[in-house]
Design a protein around this ligand. Structure first.
Ligand code: SAM
Ligand code: ZN
Length: 265
């Protein structure tokens, strides 16, 4: 059992004491929180990648309040037992949800943010978390029955490589009206989200489920947590950020699409 491979030489990794090692003696320490760092510096570049501590904490605070639980529930209804990889798992909200409903599975989560997998590993001891990039996934070819990608970067080549033929990919994307009122509160002329064509090379669309509802944010802190989880946070000027800070409550539309693909090639 175990699907992790060495990021240096590609051989199988096994746990030995407090590290993962391969037969070529490359060794990767397991952190106190339980995750293993399989990121090689050549795969990350010079700058820090992925969500930082502030963003991870904001996401944890927000998700823990259940605002996105309809998406988690929809996903958990569809997943089935097997070897499952959550690629770009963040702080593990959806990965943990999956592990609660499946009792006979081997579940993995990877994220390029060490802070994110640290949070995830502390929460969930029966899932293997690794710091790794979706563009260099340290798991064996055709080793996964299912792959989960929730608002995270997409790498078709790697996703096809790690999924077995006929395997399932669960993908969540924001649909047209997602967070419309938040954008309206910040921007003078907000735009609807662009929904890209569903076709993906090597995958056939097997199902889609639109999940749309409104939720009420009743504190400045929750409004800020949601805002700092979004890409708008870093693209928005001071004046617009101040507009949001002046609000005590906000009703927001959640508009997701949960897409289900089968690996065909
Ligand atoms: C919008 S968050 C979604 C996290 C999680 N799936 C969720 O919905 O709560 C995007 C995540 O992708 C991660 N990420 C960004 N680039 C990545 C890469 N190249 N490989 C793996 N993860 C990446 C970020 O660190 C962040 O945790
Ligand atoms: Zn090795």
């Amino acid at each position: 059992m175990g699907i992790l491979i060495c990021p240096v030489c590609g051989q199988k990794l096994t746990v030995s004491g407090k590290a993962y090692t391969c037969t070529a003696r490359h060794s990767f320490d397991i952190a106190k929180s339980g995750y293993v760092n399989l990121l090689l510096s050549k795969h990350t570049g010079k700058t820090v990648h992925g969500d930082n501590r502030f963003m991870v904490q904001a996401r944890r605070n927000f998700l823990e309040k259940g605002y996105y639980s309809p998406l988690r529930d929809a996903l958990c209804e569809k997943v089935h037992n097997g070897v499952i990889l959550d690629a770009g798992c963040g702080e593990g909200y959806y990965t943990a949800g999956i592990s609660e409903v499946l009792n006979n599975s081997e579940i993995y989560g990877i994220d390029i943010s060490k802070t994110a997998v640290e949070f995830a590993a502390k929460r969930c001891k029966n899932i293997t978390f690794a710091a790794a990039s979706v563009f260099h996934i340290p798991v064996a070819d055709s080793s996964c029955n299912s792959l989960v990608t929730i608002f995270s970067p997409y790498c078709g080549k790697e996703f096809r490589r790690v999924l077995r033929k006929g395997g399932t990919m669960f993908m969540a994307i924001p649909s047209e009206m997602h967070l419309w009122e938040l954008k309206k509160a910040v921007y003078d002329t907000p735009y609807k989200n662009e929904v890209k064509p569903y076709e993906l090379e090597g995958f056939g669309l097997a199902g889609k489920n639109r999940i749309t509802y409104k939720f009420q944010l009743d504190s400045r802190q929750d409004i800020q947590s949601l805002f700092s989880m979004t890409p708008y946070y870093y693209r928005t000027g001071k004046v617009q950020q101040e507009r949001l800070k002046a609000l005590d409550s906000l009703e927001v539309t959640a508009d997701f699409e949960l897409l289900i693909y089968r690996r065909t090639l």
